[in-house]
Design a protein around this ligand. Structure first.
Ligand SMILES: Nc1ncnc2c1ncn2[C@@H]1O[C@H](COP(=O)(O)OP(=O)(O)OP(=O)(O)O)[C@@H](O)[C@H]1O
Ligand SMILES: [Mg+2]
Length: 294
């Protein structure tokens, strides 16, 4: 595997200009045809010139991002740069001040429904067991009960939660609570998974394990994922592409295609390609003033 990695080239796109942006080359007709990327793969989610202000304060953008069908894209950026705002806007839960989102070529006008969302806080209902929390999707969406129960049981197995079905959230460790919220986000088999620093509150050992488990699950299901993180290792470990954001108001300043085979090892540091990607991101953050190393 190390040999395979060494042969791969690191593909990093430094976006030009002062506060550079990713520009797309595919032409789209709004609301009618699906947008296509250059190689013909479907551009499943496309955000164009998105910005968000709260009162007079600009929190985000403008940003242009896209996620292809089945692609795992991470957003990596400093605290307060607008990552959660971006995710909420992409989900249709927050209206952008400018710009728009297209899903499969159609302009998003209300909250996305074909989606699973995992927030930094697990947001489980304390009065429902782990399993009942996951079944909430079935109740809210009016889905087939037996089918969802079956899928929930499968997910509990894959996520290492077997035996925890009847425990209440307070009886679960932080890692288990996040695993339940991942099961809740996936049980109705959405096409899109939005994750906002889902492992932020976990210890390093749990993070490594849950990252590995998420990758395995993603390899099976190939959802389109937007994954927000502060962790360079997590972004490189999980993503097909990493989008690096500037300080507030956050803009995408760099796009890094991660060309590493999957499943990726728990300890990525042993491979030179990982170090190259990580070094590039550190350099970008230093340039942006996110880090100020003496
Ligand atoms: N509803 C709101 N009203 C006013 N300001 C807001 C609101 N939501 C977010 N902000 C501000 O917008 C900026 C971006 O917030 P956001 O939560 O998107 O950052 P973030 O990148 O997710 O940060 P973190 O990594 O710490 O979670 C912050 O300055 C925040 O205070
Ligand atoms: Mg946030």
């Amino acid at each position: 595997m190390a040999d395979a990695l060494e042969k791969r080239s690191v593909s990093i796109t430094r976006l030009s200009g002062n506060v550079p942006q990713i520009h797309t080359t595919a032409s789209t007709v709004k609301g009618t045809t699906p947008s296509l990327v250059e190689d013909g793969r479907r551009r499943f989610i496309a955000a164009s010139e998105l910005s968000k202000s709260f009162g007079g304060f600009q929190a985000l953008g403008p940003v242009n991002i896209h996620i292809e069908e089945g692609e795992f894209v991470s957003i990596l950026g400093p605290s307060g740069c607008g990552k959660s705002t971006l995710m909420l806007v992409v989900a249709g839960l927050l209206q952008p001040t400018k710009g728009h989102i297209e899903i499969n070529g159609r302009v998003l006008k209300r909250s996305m429904t074909d989606v699973g969302i995992v927030f930094q806080d697990h947001l489980l209902l304390e009065f429902r067991t782990a399993f009942e929390n996951v079944l909430l999707q079935q109740e809210i969406r009016g889905l087939d009960r037996n089918q969802i129960r079956k899928r929930a049981q499968e997910l509990f197995g894959k996520l290492g939660l077997s035996g925890a079905e009847s425990r209440y959230p307070r009886q679960l460790s932080g890692g288990m609570q996040q695993r339940v919220s991942i099961a809740r986000a996936l049980v109705h088999e959405p096409s899109v998974l939005l994750m906002d620093e889902p492992f932020g509150a976990l210890d390093a050992i749990s993070r490594t394990q849950i990252r590995h488990d998420l990758e395995a699950l993603w390899m099976e299901t190939r959802k389109s994922v937007l994954f927000i993180t502060h962790s360079i290792e997590e972004a490189i470990g999980l993503s097909d592409r990493v989008l690096v954001m500037s300080n507030s108001p956050g803009r995408v300043v760099e796009e890094i295609r991660i060309d590493l085979p999957r499943p990726r090892p728990a300890y990525l540091g042993q491979y030179p390609e990982f170090a190259k990607y990580a070094q590039q991101i550190y350099k970008t953050f230093e340039k942006l003033g996110v880090y100020q190393f003496k």
